[in-house]
Ligand binder design. Sequence first.
Ligand code: NAD
Length: 470
Amino acid sequence: MNKQASFFESVSRNFDKAAALTKYPAGLLEQIKVSNAVYKMQFPVKFGNKYEVIEAFRVQHSHHRLPTKGGIRFSHLVDQHEVEALAALMTYKCALVDVPFGGAKGGVKISTRKYTVDQLEKITRRYTVELVRKNFIGPGIDVPAPDYGTGPREMAWILDTYQQLKNGELDSAACVTGKPTNTSGIKGRTEATGRGVFYGLREFLSLKDETKAIGLDVGMEGKTMVIQGLGNVGSYTGLISIEEGGAKVIGVSEIDGTIYNKDGIDIAKLLKYKAANGGILGFPDSTAMDRDDWVSIECDILVPAALESQIHKNNAKKIKAKIICEAANGPVTADAEDILLKMGVVVLPDMYLNAGGVTVSYFEWLKNLSHIRFGRMEKRFDQNAYSNLVDLVLKMTGKTISQKERTFLTKGADEVDLVRSGLEETMITAFHQIRDNYKRKKNVHDYRTAAFITALDKVASDYMTLGIFP
Ligand code: NAD
């Protein structure tokens, strides 16, 4: 096998490709590109009467806006380069969707399958203590969130550890996002990344020119989709694309293999099957395939939602899909993208497409700082006002409506309604900013470069406003 571009090299190459198309001074581009602070730690954890030394990282890629923000990954593949690449993507992602944070990322080099829940809790709490000790966590400093291998449970442990050490800190709940809803979390965070992928893809598919260029009809209805990785991001992308977009998921790939059904796979049922059986193989009415075969399934949309570097120069040519949705971070290497662009495949880039998670994390952070849930003040007021308006119209027209219609017309917004609406607005606005650069700029032939330029413009403008670069 030829040498593959690593994730870090791919992010670096993609940055350089876009940076060369801007007019910013070399020093400013260099400052934007590098990691501002890297904390590598090695700490002991005692299991029974044995000690284990755990290696972990927290990288703050850019301090141009504070706090910095980014998930924590638990994986045996974690290394400093991977965390740096992920942190850099967070800077560009936040800029793209106008979330006022610098980018960061954390990584703990462990395989979660090898530890009990109690052991994972011990590791998570110890990691948090290290972050507090070095001032690498705090509502105005650096705010972690879930990533591969972590979820609301780990975020609750982080919050609890932080609060034990920072007793009485008024805004302490904002030190981490992606928390359970009953522990200062926000409704709609768990689904947010997958829902954002859906909004981004739906926006692309709503455009006549773009869809026509790749031989597809407008709209998501009936489009076939294959998903790699049925974790947080992959499962919600599938569920929402089916339920709200009318897409058909015909293939799913997981650790134990790939399953295929040309008539569509019920993702809700598959998730229950996976939880009960520890894998997806054997799911009723599906054909089993090798794990790596997911790339070559004939479909409209391929959704890599597991890890980086899954589509590389040795398998890119096998792809038959028209669109690749980068739900994961860095799933397409720079080498593979060169091949795919020549093949006419559209790649919707990670830094845009999976920004739903950080967007709703931002809403959660705002909720924690304001100490009130969204919708609490206005929901009933709005409901009463809509009700009065409906009554007036009915009186004036002499018509009647059913209770169901009345409930629909007079509903005030709950927290989850506002979160979804804010996310939808964010994803659509960012898409059109990227598309403007894609259409307008000479020498921009792909959405990733257009997204990079959009992000670079915003980060560079911040640096210049700060007066660091004239
Ligand atoms: P997760 O741990 O919930 O799910 C990942 C899934 O991928 C697991 O089910 C795992 O079994 C599967 N998987 C791993 N290797 C595989 C392989 N070789 N083939 C098939 N399946 C495989 O993780 P997640 O939070 O859904 O994150 C997935 C990706 O999305 C990561 O790249 C992450 O950085 C990115 N992401 C996550 C979020 C978030 O909010 N969780 C936000 C933005 C980006």
